[in-house]
Write a new protein. Structure first.
Length: 237
């Protein structure tokens, strides 16, 4: 489904951000991408989305991430931003959800029917006509997820999906993520959330893959985590 083969990237020749990264993610996997600040997580996501060009080869669904394939690849990938304000740009929630659908050729009435179904499936139909600037952080995060799911991506990329959320909305997001059948890549410092949503973890540090394996095996390893500036999840403390 997703493959990184010997991928390296640097903004400056003297400073490597990623060094010889190789891994594969199969269809339907839920993978947590963890590491301290500056480990290379965000850079890796940007390379996958085609926002940065790296050395090596990256493929999505058998197609190489390159200029000629970007339009098709980006239909496969749905990206939920860490800051929902960067994603919600129309006046109301329903306008945000239907924007992408109409842009890809769906009739407006059909797009609105689909928006209703998405909102109902996420139990946030009451947000449909709300203006985005009136939403709480948790409501805006849920609405942002709805805009991505409406496009039916095969792969869901989520950047710090529970950051700034109160405990109730954090649990709501976790429940939604677990119910989704898509392949998922989740970057987060919330290691308890990674435990709740992922079966596999890739640990990055200084641009290299340090560990790649079952979520509990890696997140119970206090020595490993502390060596790379992270702490055990609360559940294991």
């Amino acid at each position: 489904m997703i493959s990184f083969s010997d991928v390296s990237f640097s903004y400056e020749k003297s400073r490597s951000i990623l060094e010889h990264i190789s891994f594969k993610i199969d269809e339907g996997e839920a993978v947590g991408l963890i590491g301290a600040n500056g480990a290379g997580k965000s850079t890796l996501m940007k390379i996958l989305l085609g926002l940065l060009k790296a050395e090596g080869t990256v493929t999505v669904d058998g197609k190489e991430v390159c200029e000629k394939n970007l339009k098709e690849i980006r239909k496969t990938l749905g990206f939920v931003f860490q800051n929902s304000d960067n994603q919600m740009f129309m006046p109301t929630v329903v306008e945000d959800i239907t924007f992408g659908l109409v842009n890809y050729g769906m009739r407006k009435d059909e797009a609105e029917v689909k928006a209703d179904k998405i909102l109902e499936s996420l139990n946030i139909k009451d947000l449909k006509s709300r203006h985005n600037h009136t939403l709480s952080g948790g409501e805006k995060r849920m609405a942002a997820i709805a805009t991505v799911l409406a496009m039916e991506p095969k792969v869901l990329l989520m950047d710090e999906p529970t950051s700034t959320l109160d405990p109730y909305n954090r649990r709501q997001v976790i429940n939604i993520v677990n119910a989704l059948p898509q392949t998922k890549i989740i970057t987060s410092h919330d290691l308890d959330m990674i435990l709740d949503t992922c079966s596999r973890v890739i640990l990055l540090s200084d641009g290299k893959i340090i560990a790649d394996g079952p979520v509990e095996q890696i997140l119970k390893d206090q020595e490993l985590l502390e060596a790379h500036r992270m702490e055990l999840p609360f559940r294991f403390q």
